[in-house]
Design a protein. Structure first.
Length: 94
């Protein structure tokens, strides 16, 4: 018996972390469009995610890397407004 009570091994928190990490990996790999898609979807579906601050910041970074400077600036401004002290969710940016 594996101790599983009928609940999948990957609970909602793990699934959210995997989606966040998928965006971070895409960003690091230079796949900025995919990173943008992951972060945008997560921010829409999980507006109170533990990773919210980091995702807003990295969304701006993905747009900046695509030379979409005004959109990136808007995301950075949203991040600064939400986290004026520069604190996010306690996670590293990657």
């Amino acid at each position: 018996m594996n101790g599983d009570s009928g609940v999948g091994l990957a609970g909602p928190g793990t699934q959210r972390r995997v989606r966040y990490m998928s965006g971070a990996v895409a960003l690091q790999a230079g796949d900025y469009g995919s990173a943008e898609s992951f972060f945008t979807t997560m921010l829409e579906k999980q507006p109170k995610s533990t990773y919210r601050g980091t995702m807003i910041y990295l969304l701006g970074t993905a747009k900046f890397a695509q030379s979409r400077y005004e959109e990136a600036n808007a995301d950075y401004a949203r991040y600064i407004q939400a986290y004026p002290e520069g604190k996010t969710d306690g996670e590293g940016l990657f």
